[in-house]
Every structure is written in structure tokens, then in C-alpha cells.
Design a protein around this ligand. Structure first.
Ligand code: SAM
Length: 208
């Protein structure tokens, strides 16, 4: 894991409250709207590659899912754990999602990324991310990517971003994944700034 990146995020999660985070959503309904299109059964396994302290996690637990909660920041995971407590439906992972996953991470039905992929700038890291995604998402499973769009801000959390069009996301996902739904969505952050995102939902083909 890149120690520099881990430190950067740990400093943020050690010094700011949730409401001071530029990506904080008190209401995760934009993501839930896409999840409702998939309508997974309770007991489905969902993977969050950069869970942070997202309120989405609380909603997903209420809906009865098994969750794999990953983050490069152990401080973020500690804070999330302190809020939601422990449960046998939670699998905690402290990992740089651009690097090969450790053994033992379960296959998942849905991968939900809000504002994580766009922090990866090096091509090798972006490829590493998609390779992990392909390794974990089951045939017939879904992927929701919500990233800063091409007309969005060029930095966040003090870091430069790789902004995405739905065309680039679709190209990177590869032919096995079919685009189900997309939306250009403008998020208003806690400071009142507009942050245009692209939301793209994919379904992986069933194995022939
Ligand atoms: C902008 S925040 C979004 C958090 C959460 N998804 C949400 O919507 O509230 C980005 C999150 O990704 C994590 N992150 C950044 N780079 C990462 C990486 N390479 N691997 C795993 N997590 C990463 C950060 O620690 C942070 O929690």
C-alpha cells in the first residue's frame, strides 16, 4: 500500500468531522436509487472499494446485505466501525484498491464506488482497480460507478482527479459488462459548491 496515500487520507479522517468533508452526503438516496434498479435480495454481498464514513453503509445494513467495507484509510474504517458496530454481515478490508487483493475476499454481487476510482491517476493503478473489480464481481452481478464527470472539478480532498465520461467508464469496464443506466448528477457539497458526477450502472453477463 502507498504509505503516502494512506497518510493523506488518515490526516483528513483524523482532523475533520463528516460534515466538513467535501463529499459528505447525509442522504445517500442518489446511490440507493440505482441500487433499487438492481433490487438485490437481502443477503446479497456488496463491495465498497472506498467506504470512508459514508452514510450509505448504515442504509445497506438496514436492508440486510452482507458488506465488504474497504478503504486505504484505517482511520476512516475505525470511525465507521465505531459508528456502526460489529456484525457477522461485515467483512473489513484495509487495502489500496489499485493493488492486487489479498486472499480470502469473498465474491460479490454488487460493487459500489462513489468517488474513489477518480483518485487513481496512474494507468497502472487504474488497470489494477479494474482487475480487482473483474476478480470479485460474480457473473450476473452489477457495478455502480459514481465519479467526477468531465465537466466537474479537477481536484478534491487536496488531490488531482481523473474525471470520467460514461464512454470512458464503459470502455474500461470491457465487453463483459453492459451499461444498464447512466445519469449526469450534480451533487451540492456541504459548502454549497456544485460537483457534477457521472453515475453509471453495469451488469456483468451471465457465464455462458
Ligand atoms: C471522496 S471519499 C468517498 C468516500 C465514500 N465513498 C463516500 O461516498 O462518502 C474517497 C474515499 O476513498 C478512499 N480511498 C482513496 N484512495 C483509495 C485507494 N487507492 N484504495 C482504497 N480506498 C481509497 C479514501 O480514504 C476515502 O475514504
Amino acid at each position: 500500500m502507498s504509505d503516502r496515500k494512506r497518510q493523506h487520507w488518515n490526516t483528513i479522517f483524523s482532523t475533520k468531522d463528516d460534515s466538513e468533508l467535501g463529499w459528505y452526503e447525509s442522504d445517500p438516496s442518489q446511490t440507493l436509487k440505482f441500487l433499487d434498479l438492481v433490487a438485490p435480495a437481502a443477503g446479497a454481498t456488496l463491495f465498497l472499494p472506498g467506504a470512508g464514513t459514508s452514510t450509505l453503509v448504515d442504509e445497506l445494513l438496514i436492508r440486510g446485505f452482507e458488506l465488504v467495507l474497504n478503504d486505504i484509510s484505517d482511520k476512516a474504517l475505525d470511525r465507521l466501525r465505531a459508528r456502526i458496530g460489529s456484525s457477522d454481515r461485515l467483512f473489513w478490508l484495509h487495502h489500496d484498491i489499485s493493488r492486487p487483493l489479498p486472499e480470502g475476499v469473498p465474491p460479490v454481487d454488487i460493487w459500489i464506488d462513489r468517488a474513489v476510482l477518480h483518485f487513481l491517476l496512474e494507468e497502472v493503478d487504474i488497470r489494477g482497480y479494474f482487475s480487482n473489480l473483474r476478480a470479485l464481481v460474480r457473473p450476473g452481478g452489477h457495478v455502480l460507478l459514481a465519479e467526477f464527470s468531465t465537466n466537474g472539478a479537477s481536484s478534491c480532498a487536496g488531490l488531482e482527479l481523473h474525471r470520467y465520461s460514461v464512454e470512458e467508464l464503459t470502455e474500461r469496464m470491457g465487453e463483459e459488462f453492459k451499461l444498464v443506466e447512466q445519469e449526469e448528477y450534480t451533487y451540492i457539497n456541504p459548502f454549497g459548491d456544485t460537483r457534477p458526477y457521472v453515475y453509471a450502472l453495469y451488469r456483468r453477463e451471465d457465464r455462458p
